[in-house]
Design a protein around this ligand. Structure first.
Ligand code: ADP
Length: 442
């Protein structure tokens, strides 16, 4: 399940690249724009300012001395140029929005022929001082000629469109990366058949190709190793049987007992390997039938009850009807109980066996209060031949095949097997059988 967390979008590669491209765009725009403005346009604007200064000086002369408001109003009407006049005794203006001379002084910083040029509230402002008289001119925009809301939306829409296009292109560009990360996930979960789609000829395409080559080689190596193990196990069966028969004819002695014990262990190991392989192969079909698991569970528990620290069976319903392979299920239960007792001490509390059923599945829990398993080891104990360091050094017997066989059997039943464990406190192994077995039974 994908969990949505704050900050998650910012961890995404696409978002980072998108932000980089976006900020680069803005920096380029501002940087190149200001260089262009200062180096190229300023030259042209300088000439324009010269003309404007000449015009304004003529305009002030036309307005007369003392300046005439009626003439100024006429100019404003004709040219949309707002005029404010200030003198210690008198002040008038042709439009209210014209700033005072003091305000205009603050916003004007270029000067040509006695006229100061600048910007005030998004419009051009010009200020002229002649002895006691001060004039301020601004460009007026009559209703409807300004920057309309419609164009603001068009601009916004354009920006959103360009940004979405960039984001979509980035996602398309990095699609092979998503495929690769899915491939890594599936292959690390054991699906060595998975191949990453190869549809590009760029670096990602080559990476996908190399990845698939690597997976094929690993798959080949694993298959060869399994094949070898199986062949050896198979070949060992006949000499083992011959040795067992030969041992029967030897006189009873300590040496004979030791060798018999060793041969038995080897046989268990070989049987485990072959059984595991059989269940994985197409010939390893389960012998399924509708079965009442309750008496079988009771029987297995009784078998182990007397071994220290003992076994408790709780919450067992009288009937536990499931479609299972009874013999294989018996192997699972026996293996789990053997381990639970093996990895407990005689002083530990007894092992608990619990049953829970609901609509979806029937769960059997085997909970011990023994040595427990570290978090690191929990990920591997279901692998064949895996034994934790502590069990390898102890004489607890076993070859690390029991749990792997349990896993194979449970998978063949389309069931589950899992463990929750705390070192020093004990472990709970849970096996879940699906309540409905339609696909298996067919
Ligand atoms: P083994 O024959 O070595 O017990 P298994 O496949 O049954 O092989 O178990 C693999 C390893 O998992 C064991 O070697 C042991 O370290 C660990 N293990 C299994 N069951 C338990 C348990 N109930 N408590 C602690 N460790 C366990």
């Amino acid at each position: 399940m994908i969990s949505v967390k704050w900050g998650r979008p910012f961890r995404s590669l696409y978002t980072k690249l998108f932000l980089i491209i976006f900020s680069t765009g803005i920096l380029l725009f501002v940087g190149v724009g200001s260089i262009y403005f200062h180096a190229v346009r300023e030259g042209g604007i300088g000439i324009w300012r010269e003309h404007a200064a000449l015009y304004l000086n003529h305009l002030i002369d036309e307005i007369g001395s003392p300046p005439n408001l009626a003439v100024a109003r006429q100019f404003t009407e004709q040219t949309n140029l707002g005029i404010r006049y200030q003198n210690p005794e008198r002040e008038w203006f042709t439009a209210e929005e014209i700033p005072t001379f003091k305000q205009a002084q603050k916003w004007t910083w270029r000067e040509r022929s006695g006229v100061r040029f600048g910007w005030w509230r998004g419009t051009m402002v010009m200020a002229v001082e002649r002895e006691q008289d001060a004039f301020v001119f601004i460009q007026l925009y009559p209703e409807g000629t300004g920057f309309e809301t419609f164009w603001a939306f068009v601009m916004l829409g354009g920006v959103v469109l360009i940004l979405s296009g960039t984001y979509a292109t980035l996602r398309w560009l990095f699609r092979p990366l998503r495929d690769l990360s899915r491939g890594v996930e599936l292959i690390s979960a054991g699906d060595l058949e998975y191949r990453v789609p190869e549809y590009r000829k760029d670096q990602f395409g080559r990476l996908s190709e190399a990845f698939n080559r690597m997976t094929r080689r690993i798959q080949h190596m694993i298959t060869a190793r399994e094949r070898l193990l199986l062949d050896v196990s198979h070949e060992l069966r006949s000499p083992l049987t011959r040795m067992k028969v030969a041992l029967e004819f030897l006189p009873d002695s300590e040496v004979r007992n030791n060798v018999t014990h060793d041969v038995d262990e080897m046989e268990t190991m070989v049987t485990g390997i072959l059984e595991n392989a059989r269940l994985h192969s197409e010939y390893g079909k389960l012998n399924l039938s509708e079965f009442n698991l309750a008496p079988l569970l009771q029987e297995v528990v009784t078998e182990f009850r007397d071994q220290p620290p003992g076994v408790h069976l709780t919450a067992l319903p009288p009937t536990l009807l499931l479609t299972v392979d009874a013999e294989q299920t018996r192997i699972v239960l026996k293996n789990l109980l053997t381990n639970a007792l093996k990895y407990s001490t005689p002083e530990s509390a007894p092992v608990d066996v619990r049953v829970q059923t609901d609509e979806q599945q029937t769960v059997i829990e085997v909970a011990d209060h023994g040595v427990g398993i570290t978090q690191d080891n929990q990920a591997f104990i279901f692998e064949p031949f895996y034994r934790t360091d502590s069990s390898r050094t102890k004489t607890t017997g076993g070859y690390g095949l029991g749990l792997s066989l349990c896993k194979t059997i449970m998978e063949a039943h389309q069931g589950t097997i899992s463990v929750i464990s705390e070192p020093g406190c004990g472990s709970v192994f849970r096996v879940g059988f699906p309540s409905k077995h339609d696909s298996l039974a067919s």
